[in-house]
Design a protein around this ligand. Structure first.
Ligand SMILES: Cc1cc2nc3c(=O)[nH]c(=O)nc-3n(C[C@H](O)[C@H](O)[C@H](O)COP(=O)(O)O)c2cc1C
Length: 213
């Protein structure tokens, strides 16, 4: 028994106390800073889950583009599968998993669209190619051949020429305001650490608890 659990103390080091006394958005930022140093790419990639009109869940990766201490923002095509699912049910869950850190953060909450001004600002910060791509791609709809996409890109590039490329109405930002944030850390013997921050609504204070791994 003793030999099997050699190193058990490592599973119960003081990281947990640090977490307990943190504010979850600040803690998120600290973990993201670490991920930015250690991940080989896209530390801001998160799996985003929504549900369709029949209640069937769906999941795909998106990039986190903003965290203002209240909400987590990503951008997408509102006419895509996820866009339609969100139009039907403005709730989402997302998870960050950083292999280099062996940590994950789970988030659940209600979703709102960002203002047109905020979406414009982010859209205008993107490369010209990405902005043309947003016009050319009918995200999540069938395509006969990849050439159809190429032709759409050529057509949109010619249409805009060197002119200003406005944000398409269907290209929007969404922000998830969490009522649940869970910080998970890998520990020896799969005795992982799970720290949970919960609240009934965003206007309420967080409650803190630990879950068995
Ligand atoms: C690492 C990564 C990041 C991605 N980021 C985004 C994103 O920020 N926005 C987006 O619309 N799609 C993004 N995608 C593509 C989506 O995963 C997905 O294929 C696309 O949005 C269509 O999903 P839907 O049909 O469920 O709407 C990303 C994919 C990967 C692998």
């Amino acid at each position: 028994m003793e030999k099997e659990f050699d190193g058990l103390d490592e599973a119960f080091d003081n990281d947990a106390n640090v977490i307990e006394n943190s504010e979850p958005f600040e803690l998120f930022n600290k973990w993201m800073e670490l991920a930015e140093k250690h991940e080989i790419n896209d530390p801001n990639a998160m799996a985003l889950s929504t549900v369709d009109a029949d209640g069937m869940p769906n999941v795909r990766m998106v990039l986190l583009k903003g965290m203002d201490g209240e909400s987590f923002t990503f951008y997408t095509n509102s006419e895509s599968q996820k866009g339609n699912e969100l139009a039907h049910n403005m709730k989402a869950a997302c998870v960050f998993h950083w292999k280099s850190l062996q940590r994950q953060i789970r988030i659940r909450g209600n979703v709102e669209m960002v203002s047109a001004d905020e979406a414009d600002k982010y859209f205008n910060s993107r490369s010209r190619g990405s902005r043309i791509g947003a016009w050319a791609s009918q995200q999540s709809r069938p395509i006969s051949h990849r050439n159809e996409l190429k032709m759409a890109v050529v057509k949109e590039a010619a249409r805009f020429n060197i002119g200003k490329i406005d944000r398409p109405d269907y290209w929007n930002g969404y922000k998830i305001t969490p009522t649940y944030m869970e910080f998970w850390m890998d520990k020896p013997f799969r005795l992982h650490d799970r720290a949970i921050f919960k609240r009934q609504s965003p206007s309420e204070a967080w409650s803190y608890s630990k879950y068995f791994p």
